[in-house]
Design a protein around this ligand. Structure first.
Ligand code: FES
Ligand code: FES
Length: 165
C-alpha cells in the first residue's frame, strides 16, 4: 500500500511518505513539516486551535486524516504574511489586542481569514461571533478578536474595491 501523498503547503509542493495511515494533517504539519504555528489544543475537534485552510475552506486539522487529502492545497499561519508584511487579519489582531497568551491565535486568525473569504459575516459583530464560535480562547480575548475580524474584513473589502477600480 502506497502511503505517499503530495500536498501544496503555503504554495510549496511537499511530497510526504506517511509512516502511519492514521496520521492527521495536524500532526503531519507539526511533526513532519516543522510547521508548528498550527496548535494542538484538544486534538478532538472542540477548540479550533488547529484551524487551517484546506482547498480554501477552514477545517480542524486534528480531525483530518492526511491520507484522505492527497493533492490538497493547504494554507497555514506561516503562509499568511508576505515577507515582512503582515496579512491584514494578522495586523488587525495586533491593533485590537485580539490575544493574550497567543495559543489560540493562529487558529483564530486562520478561521477569520476563512470566514472573510466565505463572505458570510458582513459587518455584524453578532454574526462574526457566531461564525468564530468554533475557536475557543481560554484567555477570553473575544472582544478584541471580534473587533479585529470586523476591521480586517473592511480593510480587505476596501482593497478589493481599489483593485477592481
Ligand atoms: S486541536 Fe483541533 S479542534 Fe482542538
Ligand atoms: S489568547 Fe490565550 S487562549 Fe486565546
Amino acid at each position: 500500500m502506497d502511503l505517499s501523498i503530495s500536498l501544496t503547503v503555503n504554495g510549496v509542493r511537499r511530497d510526504v511518505a506517511l509512516d502511519n495511515p492514521r496520521v492527521t494533517l495536524l500532526d503531519l504539519l507539526r511533526e513532519r513539516l516543522d510547521l508548528t504555528g498550527t496548535k494542538k489544543g484538544c486534538d478532538r475537534g472542540q477548540c479550533g486551535a488547529c484551524t487551517i485552510l484546506l482547498d480554501g475552506r477552514r477545517i480542524n486539522s486534528c480531525l483530518a486524516l492526511a491520507i484522505s487529502h492527497d493533492g490538497a492545497d493547504i494554507l497555514t499561519i506561516e503562509g499568511l504574511a508576505q515577507g515582512e508584511e503582515l496579512h491584514p487579519v494578522q495586523a488587525a489582531f495586533i491593533a485590537h489586542d485580539g490575544f493574550q497568551c497567543g495559543f489560540c491565535t493562529p487558529g483564530q486568525i486562520m478561521s477569520a481569514v476563512g470566514l472573510i473569504r466565505e463572505g458570510q459575516a458582513g459587518d455584524d459583530p453578532e454574526r462574526v461571533r457566531e461564525a468564530m464560535s468554533g475557536n475557543l480562547c481560554r484567555c477570553g480575548a473575544y472582544a478584541g478578536i471580534t473587533e479585529a475580524v470586523l476591521e480586517a474584513q473592511k480593510t480587505l473589502a476596501d482593497a478589493g474595491r481599489r483593485d477592481a477600480a
